[in-house]
Structure formats: structure tokens, C-alpha cells
Design a binder for this molecule. Structure first.
Ligand code: NDP
Ligand code: 2IT
Length: 452
């Protein structure tokens, strides 16, 4: 591929000026598009057939956006109002597909960045999946189980109009796990009178959920790191690893790192991080899962059982020296300064479990210095197993755990080879370019085939 020239940077600048004008104040969305434009626009110049029908421009505009009011009653009998969203981004490859996020920070910019990224990620899985994202600015923290149920029911009362097994298939994300997916599914069933198992993924195992879906995102991120390290004749075995977050993705990323012989030193939540120099082993991780999934406690409570660990309130784990880093909490949780600290401490690989956890300047620093797996590639295991949950629902069958894990491993390996194909540089792979271009090509081919 040709070296990026000022021709490209002028084009990208003009393109971004238009995007910012059409989508003012949506800074996270601008950030996600700018990164992809940097890979895809020079590629289009070399492959002019993709300039036809303005395919890339169309990929930056969602097909449609639904915004709705969600009313619910809290434990005091007070009526509360939140804003709900579903952003249907692109269905060139299959039904709209992507998670729902419940977090007070949710707004249109965040959901558009997530839906845009989902287009490329879902294409990388090679499964028939379009792209969407949704959620609400509802804060689940401190809410009772009944409040969560009432919120989910009210949210579905509007969302059900827009989804369906062949239309749009939501799943979980931050603040939406198996419990919430179960409540949402129950309400969809009540409203429509239909047992449409393929309308949501991430379901419980008793009603159409898939084995390994819960673990898939985190396991996939660890597998992707293994693939990258293997290109240097290395593996996670014996490596010191720092993980951020302590939710679904972080827990199962840590689980797989441990299983592959790595040493997990940290985990975190939005209040701070814990550092256990002896390593968070299987037993310690089980305790964290209990704290987070059952007690819904703060990560700092880890210290009441494991006294040799330390707690760092208000801090992020990137200051702890390690061989590999796995940001698994949220967007923009690792900035340029953190990236410099990682490299100074001889960190060899970063695999993004969360979506867009590294700031753009951190990405541009890391991709040139070390093995850097962007979210689209590294966390695609979650949606890939969602895709296979849909397949099992269509077949009315379920595949066993061994089969599911081996399919996940194969999918992550295949994503790695697509990145290596499109991101090959002289002596290295640029996984950012690789993931963006591979995802673009598959989606663009379908869009061109469909005509306008
Ligand atoms: P969870 O809700 O299970 O966990 C989220 C974790 O991140 C918690 O530890 C939470 O801490 C922390 N966190 C959330 N918001 C912030 C914040 N603003 N600042 C600091 N920490 C924060 O979500 P998931 O594990 O499912 O999601 C984590 C990331 O992975 C997200 O970026 C999500 O988009 C991405 N992802 C998830 C997939 C999935 O299948 N679930 C698939 C692919 C990507 P606290 O409890 O204090 O809020
Ligand atoms: O960001 C993501 O890929 C997810 N939250 C999972 C989406 C899905 O449909 O499984």
C-alpha cells in the first residue's frame, strides 16, 4: 500500500470537517471515525472501485436512530424518566446486531461511536451480522433488583417495535448482563406473545443462551494476544498482565490469561484499582466474581480478604510494570501518558477488551511501538459467539462447550490473519489498519452488490 501522503491528510481533514459539521459535539463519534478514515481513505485511493457510491461516507451515517422516553417507578413510588436509544447503523451483512449499554454517561455520541465500530468488528467475524448499538442513560448502580426489572420492562415497551430475529438483535454491554437480558426477553415475549429466541443474545442457558457467550469477549481478547505474541515466538505463559475493569469482559479475560499461564496483577472499577503482587489466581478471581456479580460490591473490598494486595483509589492500573495490558473497562481509559508509561516499563502487547479504551494519541503511539490489538479485532469474540447463539436458535439446537470454545479460538485466529493480511508492513503488522481495512472491504463489497 502507498505511503500516506499530504493528499490523504487533506482529504481526511476535509472529510472530517463535513462529519463534524453534520454531527456537532459528538466527540467520541468523531474520534472513532477519524481513526478508521486514517486507514480506509488511503486504501480507497489505491483501490478506486471502493470510491463508487460513496460507500465509506455511507458507513459513517447510521441507517436510522430511535430516541425514546423511558418512564419507571422507583422503590419510593416516585416516577423517574430516562432516555433510551437504538442506533441501527448498517445491515449490509445481516440483521442489525450489537449491545445495549445502561450507564449515566450514555448519549448519542457514545452510541454512534459504538455502532460505527460495530460495523467493522462484526464484518471481521465473517458471520452474517449487521451493526447497531443502544441503551439508556439509566444508572444501575445502587438500584434494587425490582427497579432493574421495572426499568427493563419499560425500556422494552418501546424497543420491541424496532427489533426482531431478522431485523435487529440486541445483547448486553456495560450495565446489561444476563439478568437484564433475561428481563428484556421476558418482556418481549409478553408483549408479542411469541417465543422468538433469536431476538436477543446473551440469554440464560435455560432459554436459548449459548455456552461460552458469557466468557467469549474476555476469552477472545486473551486468545488474540496469544496470536500476536506467537508471531514473535512467544505466549502469555509466565507473562505479567495488567487488566482494567472487573465486569464481564475483565473477569473472563483474567480467567483465560490465568488458564494460559499468565499472571494477572490488577483489576479495577470506576473507583480505583487493586494490585496483587502475588497474582490474582483462580481462587482470588472467583472471589472477585462473587463480589461483583452477587454482592455488587466495589473492587476495594478485595483487600478485606487478601491483605497483601494494595488498593489505589481514583487511579488506573497502567502504572504497574507488566508484559501485557488488557484495558477491559470503558472508552478513553488509557491516554498517551499511560501508553508512554507502558512502553517505558517494557510492556510488549496491548489487547483492547473494551471498546475504544485507548485515546487516539495513545493508539498512534502504541501501534508503532509494540503489538497493539484494537478493540474491533480483540473484543470481537463476544459478538461472534452472539452470532453463533443466533445460529443455534435457528437450528433449535445447542452446541457443547468444547465445540464453542474451539469455534471461538478459530474465529479469533482468522481475525488475526485478516489483520495481518491487510495491515502487513515491512517488519511488523499494523493491526489498526489491518482491522479497519479488512472490516471495510467485507462491508463495502456487500453494499456495492446491493446497489443504491
Ligand atoms: P460491565 O458492566 O460488566 O463492566 C464494566 C466495568 O467497567 C466495571 O468494572 C465498571 O466499573 C467499569 N467501568 C464502566 N464505566 C466506567 C467508567 N466510566 N470509568 C471507569 N470504569 C468504568 O461491562 P462489560 O464488561 O460488558 O463491558 C466492558 C467494556 O467491554 C465496554 O467497553 C464494552 O463496550 C466492551 N465490550 C463488551 C462486550 C460484552 O460482550 N459484554 C463485547 C465487546 C466489548 P463500575 O462497576 O465501577 O462502573
Ligand atoms: O461491543 C460489543 O461487541 C458487544 N457489546 C457485544 C454485542 C453483541 O451483540 O453480542
Amino acid at each position: 500500500m502507498a505511503k500516506k501522503t499530504s493528499y490523504d491528510s487533506t482529504h481526511i481533514k476535509n472529510f472530517m470537517a463535513g462529519l463534524v459539521r453534520r454531527n456537532p459535539h459528538e466527540t467520541e463519534f468523531h474520534q472513532a471515525v477519524h481513526e478508521v478514515a486514517g486507514s480506509v481513505m488511503p486504501f480507497i485511493r489505491e483501490n478506486p472501485r471502493y470510491a463508487d457510491h460513496i460507500v465509506f461516507e455511507r458507513m459513517t451515517e447510521p441507517d436510522r436512530v430511535f430516541i425514546f422516553r423511558v418512564l419507571w417507578e422507583d422503590e419510593k413510588g416516585q416516577v423517574r424518566a430516562n432516555r433510551g436509544y437504538r442506533v441501527q447503523f448498517n445491515n449490509a451483512l445481516g440483521p442489525y446486531k450489537g449491545g445495549l449499554r445502561f450507564h449515566p454517561s450514555v448519549n448519542l455520541s457514545i452510541l454512534k461511536f459504538l455502532g460505527f465500530e460495530q460495523t467493522f468488528k462484526n464484518a471481521l467475524t465473517n458471520l452474517p451480522l449487521g451493526a447497531a448499538k443502544g441503551g439508556a442513560d439509566f444508572n444501575p448502580r445502587g438500584k434494587s433488583d425490582r427497579e432493574i426489572l421495572r426499568f427493563c420492562k419499560s425500556f422494552m415497551l418501546e424497543l420491541f417495535h424496532h427489533i426482531g430475529p431478522n431485523i435487529d438483535v440486541p445483547a448486553g454491554d456495560i450495565g446489561v448482563g444476563e439478568r437484564e437480558v433475561g428481563y428484556l426477553f421476558g418482556q418481549y415475549k409478553r408483549i408479542t406473545g411469541e417465543f422468538a429466541s433469536g431476538v436477543l443474545t446473551g440469554k440464560g442457558l435455560s432459554f436459548g443462551g449459548s455456552l461460552i457467550r458469557r466468557e467469549a469477549t474476555g476469552f477472545g481478547a486473551a486468545f488474540f494476544a496469544e496470536e500476536m505474541l506467537a508471531t514473535r515466538g512467544e505466549s502469555l505463559e509466565g507473562k505479567k498482565c495488567i487488566v482494567s475493569g472487573s465486569g464481564n469482559v475483565a473477569q473472563h479475560c483474567a480467567e483465560k490469561i490465568i488458564a494460559l499461564g499468565g499472571r494477572v496483577l490488577t483489576m479495577s472499577d470506576s473507583d480505583g484499582f487493586i494490585h496483587d503482587p502475588q497474582g490474582i489466581g483462580e481462587e482470588q478471581l472467583r472471589h472477585i466474581m462473587h463480589l461483583k456479580n452477587n454482592k455488587r460490591a466495589r473492587i476495594g473490598e478485595y483487600l478485606s480478604r487478601y491483605k497483601k494486595a494494595s488498593y489505589h483509589p481514583g487511579k488506573r492500573p497502567w502504572i504497574v510494570a507488566a508484559d501485557a495490558a488488557f484495558p477491559c473497562a470503558t472508552q478513553n481509559e488509557l491516554d498517551k501518558k499511560d501508553a508512554e508509561t507502558l512502553v517505558k516499563n517494557k510492556c510488549a502487547a496491548v489487547a483492547e477488551g473494551a471498546n475504544m479504551p485507548s485515546s487516539e494519541s495513545a493508539v498512534n503511539f502504541l501501534r508503532r511501538k509494540i503489538l497493539f490489538a484494537p478493540a474491533k479485532a480483540a473484543n470481537a469474540g463476544g459478538v461472534a459467539i452472539s452470532g453463533l447463539e443466533m445460529s443455534q436458535n435457528s437450528l433449535r439446537l445447542s452446541w457443547n462447550e468444547k465445540e464453542m470454545e474451539s469455534r471461538l479460538r478459530d474465529i479469533m485466529r482468522e481475525i488475526h490473519s485478516q489483520c495481518a493480511k491487510y495491515g502487513a508492513r515491512k517488519n511488523r503488522v499494523d493491526y489498526v489498519d489491518g482491522a479497519n481495512i479488512a472490516g471495510f472491504v467485507r462491508t463495502a463489497e456487500a453494499m456495492l452488490a446491493h446497489g443504491v
